[in-house]
Design a protein around this ligand. Structure first.
Ligand code: F6R
Length: 612
C-alpha cells in the first residue's frame, strides 16, 4: 500500500508532487521518489530510501523541474526498501511509472521480459509494468493503447500512473483494485491515491472506478474502459470543498498522543445528531436503515486489525443486548472461504480508512452471498468502502495520521453500539433499556476524560515495562477483545511481544509463562464476571507475575508491591470496552516513548493497507 501522486500543468510540478507525497506518507514510508518530463523531453527521476524528507534533501542538492510528473511513497512488498527498488521505475527514456498494489504474475512477466533482453534493475513486482508499456510503445501504439495492452497482461491489484515523452503533456492512469482519484484544477490536473492529498489544489474531483483508464491533461480528462479502450466513459465530477487536514501535532510530540487525547471530542462528534434525549435516531445508518434493520436476523462483521477487535466487542453487544447471532471474521480469511450466510444476515464492514484491500474484497464478495444489505462503519467519507456499501455510519473521528489507530476505535465502537440499540429496538425491546444506554452515552466524553487523567500514573508504570520482552493482557467478556487490542497496540509501537487472553483460558496453557519477569495487565471493570476475573488474578499472583490492574469502582483489587491498581471511572457496563481501551492506548504510547521507537510510523507498517 503505497501512495501515488501525479500532476500535469504549466508550472513546475515538483513542489506539488512533494507536498502531495507528504500528505500520502501514511500509506507507506520506507522509500520515496519522483520523476518529471524535463525540458529536454526526457523522464528524469530522483529516488531515496527513507521518508519524503530524505527525498526533499536530495532534490535540494540536485533540483529537478518539469510540468508533467509522477511521485510515489512506498511500503515494500517485493524487494527491500532501497533506492533501487523505489519508484518511479523507468524503461530507458521511454516511460516512467509509479504503482500502488501488487502484480501477482510478475515472476512470469519478469522471466518473459528478461528472455527478450529487457534490463530489469529492481527486485520489485512493479518494474515489469514500465517494460511492458515500453514494448508496446516500440510497436508504435499510442501511449494510451500501450498502457492498456500492458495492463491486460497484469494480474493483481494496481493503480498506475504513467509519464512518457511520447505524450509529454499528459499522464495515463489506471485503476484496478487500488484507489485513484483525479483532481481537476484551473489549467492543471492532478492524480492521487486519496482525495485528501489534493484538497489544497482543487475542489473538483473524479473518482475513477474499477477498470478505468484515463488520459489526464491540463485542459481535460478523458476516461475509457480498460476492457475496451476505444469506449469513452463519462464520470460524475464531485465538488468537495475543504482544506487538506493540517498535519499539525499541536502541543503533542506525536500524532498518536494527540489522537488519543482527541477522543472525548471525537466521541461527541460520533454521537452528534445520532442520539437525542433517550433515543437513538433512526436515520443514523441512512434513510433505508429502518426497513433494512427490521429484516435483520443475524449480523456478520468483517474487518482487519484494530477494526476487527471492534467487531469482536460488538459481537458481545449484539448477542447480549439485541439477542441476534453475530459472527466476526478477519477480512483476509472471509474472502478466501465459503462462508455460510444465515438468512436475514446483515454484512457489516468496519474500516477506519475504507481502503483496506481485504475488507473491500470481502464487501465485494458479500454481494454474491445473499446478505440483506451491507453497512460500512468508516472514517473516510470519500473512501471506496463508503461508496460501495448500501448503508454507512461515518465515524467522524477526524483524520487519523498515526499508523496505530486510536480515536477511530472509540468512534467505531460508538457506531456499533448504536447499531446494537437499533437492532434491539427493531426486535421490540423495551425503550427503557435503550434509554439507559443513551443516557450513559451522553457522558461518554467525560468518562473518557476521566480515563485520560490516569496518564501520570501510566507514564510511571510504562517506564518499568521497557526492559520487558513480553506482556500478557487479560480480560473477560467484552473486555477480552479489549485485551487483544491492547496487546496489538503495545507490540505495534513498542515492539514488545504481547498477547491478549480471555482470563479464564490462562490455566489452559499461558499460565506456564508466568514468573516475575512477566507483566500481566488486567482489564477489570465492575461487571458480572468480576469475581471470576479476580480468581484468575489470584492464579497469576500465586506464580509471582507482576500485575497491573485497571480496576472498576467497587472492585476488591488493592495495591501491593506486586500489584499496581489504576482506579477507573464508574461507567455503564456496555461502555466499559470503549473507556478501558483508552488508558491501554496510553500505556502502549508511553512504553514506546520511553523506548524511543518511531511511534507514528512504526517499522514495517503503513496506515492504509491497500494490498492484501
Ligand atoms: C492497528 C491498526 C491496524 C488497522 C488495520 C485495519 O493500530 O491501526 O490494525 O486497524 O490495518 O485498518 P482499517 O481500519 O483502515 O481497515
Amino acid at each position: 500500500m503505497c501512495g501515488i501522486i501525479g500532476a500535469v500543468g504549466t508550472r513546475d510540478v515538483v513542489p506539488i508532487l512533494l507536498d502531495g507525497l507528504r500528505g500520502l506518507e501514511y500509506r507507506g514510508y520506507d522509500s520515496a521518489g519522483l520523476a518529471v518530463i524535463d525540458s529536454t523531453q526526457r523522464p528524469v527521476r530522483e529516488r531515496t530510501r527513507g521518508k519524503v524528507t530524505s527525498l526533499v534533501e536530495k532534490l535540494n542538492a540536485r533540483p529537478l523541474c518539469g510540468t508533467t510528473g509522477i511521485a510515489h511513497t512506498r511500503w515494500a512488498t517485493h524487494g527491500a526498501p532501497s533506492e533501487r527498488n523505489a519508484h518511479p521505475h523507468v524503461c530507458g527514456a521511454k516511460v516512467a511509472i509509479a504503482h500502488n498494489g501488487i502484480i501477482e504474475n510478475y515472476e512470469t512477466l519478469r522471466r518473459e521480459l528478461l528472455a527478450t533482453g529487457a534490463m530489469l534493475e529492481s527486485e520489485t513486482d512493479s518494474e515489469v509494468i514500465a517494460h511492458l508499456i515500453a514494448r508496446e510503445i516500440d510497436a508504435d501504439r499510442s501511449l494510451l493503447d500501450s498502457v492498456a495492452q500492458a495492463c491486460h497482461r497484469l494480474e493483481g491489484a494496481f493503480a498506475i500512473e504513467v509519464a512518457s515523452p511520447k505524450v509529454p503533456d499528459a499522464l495515463i492512469v489506471v485503476r484496478v483494485g487500488s484507489p485513484l482519484v483525479v483532481g481537476i484544477g484551473d489549467g492543471e490536473a492532478f492524480v492521487a491515491s486519496a482525495l485528501d492529498a489534493l484538497l489544497d489544489l482543487t475542489d473538483q474531483f473524479v473518482v475513477l472506478e474499477e477498470g478505468d483508464i484515463a488520459e489526464v491533461r491540463c485542459d481535460g480528462l478523458r476516461i475509457f474502459s480498460l476492457a475496451s479502450p476505444k469506449r469513452e466513459i463519462k464520470r460524475e465530477v464531485l465538488k468537495v470543498e475543504g482544506k487538506r487536514h493540517l498535519k499539525d501535532k499541536g502541543e503533542f510530540d506525536t500524532f498518536m498522543h494527540k489522537e488519543i487525547h482527541e477522543q472525548p471530542e471525537a466521541a461527541v462528534r460520533a454521537l452528534e445528531s445520532r442520539i437525542s434525549g433517550t433515543r437513538v435516531l433512526q436515520p443514523v445508518f441512512g434513510v433505508a436503515a429502518e426497513r433494512v434493520l427490521s429484516r435483520v436476523r443475524s449480523v456478520h462483521i468483517v474487518a482487519a486489525g484494530s477494526s476487527y477487535h471492534c467487531g469482536l466487542i460488538a459481537k458481545y453487544w449484539i448477542e447480549d443486548v439485541a439477542g441476534l447471532p453475530c459472527q466476526v471474521e478477519v477480512a483476509s480469511e472471509f474472502r478466501y472461504r465459503k462462508a455460510v450466510v444465515l438468512p436475514g444476515s446483515l454484512f457489516v464492514a468496519i474500516s477506519q480508512s475504507g481502503e483496506t484491500a481485504d475488507t473491500l474484497a470481502a464487501l465485494r464478495i458479500s454481494r454474491r452471498l445473499g446478505f440483506v444489505a451491507s453497512l460500512a462503519i468508516c472514517n473516510v467519507p470519500t473512501s471506496t468502502l463508503v461508496r460501495e456499501s448500501n448503508m454507512t455510519y461515518l465515524m467522524q473521528a477526524g483524520p487519523e495520521f498515526s499508523v496505530a489507530s486510536t480515536k477511530a476505535i472509540s468512534c467505531s465502537l460508538v457506531g456499533l453500539l448504536l447499531l446494537t440499540l437499533l437492532l434491539g429496538r427493531s426486535r421490540g425491546h423495551s425503550p427503557d433499556a435503550e434509554a439507559e444506554v443513551v443516557e450513559a452515552l451522553h457522558s461518554l466524553d467525560d468518562d473518557i476524560r476521566e480515563a485520560l487523567a490516569l496518564e501520570p500514573q501510566i507514564e510511571t508504570l510504562a517506564a518499568q515495562l521497557i526492559h520487558r520482552n513480553h506482556a500478557l493482557f487479560l480480560g473477560r467478556g467484552p473486555q477480552y477483545p479489549v485485551a487483544l487490542e491492547a496487546a496489538l497496540k503495545l507490540k505495534e509501537i513498542s515492539y514488545i511481544h504481547a498477547e491478549g487472553y480471555p482470563a479464564g483460558e490462562l490455566k489452559h496453557g499461558p499460565l506456564a509463562l508466568i514468573d516475575e519477569s512477566m507483566p500481566v495487565i488486567v482489564i477489570a471493570p465492575k461487571d458480572d464476571l468480576i469475581e471470576k476475573l479476580a480468581s484468575n488474578v489470584r492464579e497469576v499472583e500465586a506464580r509471582g507475575g507482576e500485575l497491573i490492574v485497571f480496576a472498576g469502582q467497587d472492585t476488591s483489587f488493592a495495591a501491593r508491591s506486586d500489584m499496581h491498581v489504576l482506579p477507573m471511572p464508574r461507567v455503564h457496563e456496555l461502555l466499559a470496552p470503549i473507556i478501558y481501551n483508552v488508558p491501554l492506548q496510553l500505556l502502549a504510547y508511553h512504553v514506546a516513548r520511553c523506548k524511543g521507537t518511531d511511534i507514528d510510523q512504526p517499522r514495517n507498517l503503513a496506515k492504509a493497507v491497500t494490498v492484501e
